[in-house]
Unconditional design. Structure first.
Length: 388
């Protein structure tokens, strides 16, 4: 009885959930398809994303740590695939507790990183820099949309995965807004309105997943150490103290695990409470009202936002921009920029199916599309061949 009451503590009015029935606007596909006998439109989209080649390639893409030939094996570090699975579980938990559309949240979480090029953010920055030389840019959300609407070829009747409007909108808008003036091609995605809460939650589910996971992997890799984390990340040190008191004889690594799981739980619980507070503060009782709210309603409370910012600042200073990782960033930049320049100078290096895109997509975009699809190991090999 108590468990049931607590599980309802965060329930929002049911009209706020994004409608996922066959008749709903958000279930519309680019090419009309007959409904499935027992799978909902968003559940089908999760399956389509999961079966996409771009999704499987996430296994070979860096989250934070790049494996280089000769590095000691560390197969338990997160890849972009395992990170994506962690985000998906958090997104499902959030959507379920709030009474939102769990299947939409799941599809968006599964798709949220499929637009990422090899070598993590260093690879994305390098690709963006190269495209800027042609008056273009690289944006992983827009690239994800290109993947699901064009690159993936699984159906005889059309290109792309033919995902629902709701999933395509969330892929584009989950982490930022796009103006219709700058992006007229995105006009069908309700650019002047906020996305449904299912999409708004993805960015925070992503952040909760990587803040906790990167402390874990950073410690495991020996780049981070416990003292500075305890000093600079109060949310962690509070739970670390709790775990030390509760398990005074436990191995240090297990005490860290206990602290990290409490930290993850606290972030999720705080987010649930704050979403409920913000929804009720604006008096939103339907999806239409969520869309017209003055700002996004998925957020952490002010105190927890401070904790999040401290953890993130710590990870930037001690992990993402640490000397060990910077070397990997420099390597990523060299490989992405070098390969881009080499292929742009000699498009015969492109595989036939990519080269065929040049007349419609332009040379620079075609080269970027090719490179963005590569895994870390594939781009290393391609770079080795090009350099001779
Ligand atoms: Mg992510």
């Amino acid at each position: 009885m108590i468990a049931m009451e607590s599980s309802r503590a965060f329930l929002l009015p049911s009209a706020i959930a994004a409608g996922g029935s066959e008749e709903s606007v958000l279930a519309r596909r680019i090419h009309a398809e007959p409904p499935h006998a027992y799978r909902t439109p968003f559940a089908r989209d999760s399956d389509r994303v999961l079966h996409a080649r771009a999704f499987r390639r996430l296994a070979g893409k860096t989250q934070v740590f790049t494996r280089r030939p000769g590095d000691p094996p560390a197969d338990h570090f997160r890849s972009r695939l395992t990170h994506t699975l962690e985000v998906t579980r958090i997104a499902r938990t959030l959507a379920s507790a709030l009474g939102l559309n769990v299947e939409l949240a799941e599809a968006l979480a599964l798709a949220h990183d499929i637009g990422h090029p090899p070598f993590g953010h260093a690879g994305e920055k390098a690709l963006d820099r190269m495209l800027q030389g042609y008056g273009l840019g690289f944006d992983h959300n827009l690239h994800a949309l290109r993947i699901v609407t064009w690159f993936e070829e699984r159906y005889a009747a059309f290109r792309g995965l033919n995902l629902t409007l709701g999933v395509r909108e969330g892929i584009v808008k989950h982490s930022r807004d796009y103006s219709a003036a700058e992006h007229p091609e995105l006009v069908e995605y309700f650019l002047d309105l906020r996305p449904p809460l299912e999409a708004q939650l993805i960015d925070l589910a992503d952040e909760i997943a990587y803040l906790t996971a990167d402390l874990d992997d950073g410690l495991e890799a020996g780049i981070l150490s416990l003292g500075p984390i305890r000093q600079c990340v109060p949310l962690f040190s509070g739970f670390h103290d709790t775990a030390l008191q509760r398990f005074p004889a436990a191995a240090p690594k297990l005490v860290v695990n206990e602290a990290l799981r409490r930290m993850l739980d606290a972030l999720v619980t705080d987010l649930l409470g704050e979403v409920c507070r913000r929804v009720s503060a604006v008096g939103a009782g339907s999806l239409a009202e969520i869309r017209r709210a003055p700002g996004r309603l998925a957020a952490l409370s002010a105190p927890m936002e401070g904790e999040r910012a401290a953890a993130k600042a710590f990870l930037y200073a001690h992990l993402y921009n640490s000397p060990g990782i910077e070397e990997a960033h420099e390597h990523a930049t060299e490989v992405v920029e070098g390969l881009f320049a080499a292929i742009a100078a000699d498009p015969s290096l492109l595989p036939d199916d990519h080269r065929a895109q040049i007349p419609t997509e332009g040379l620079a975009r075609t080269v970027a599309d090719y490179i963005a699809g590569m895994t870390d190991s594939f781009i290393e090999q391609a770079w080795k061949r090009v350099r001779g």
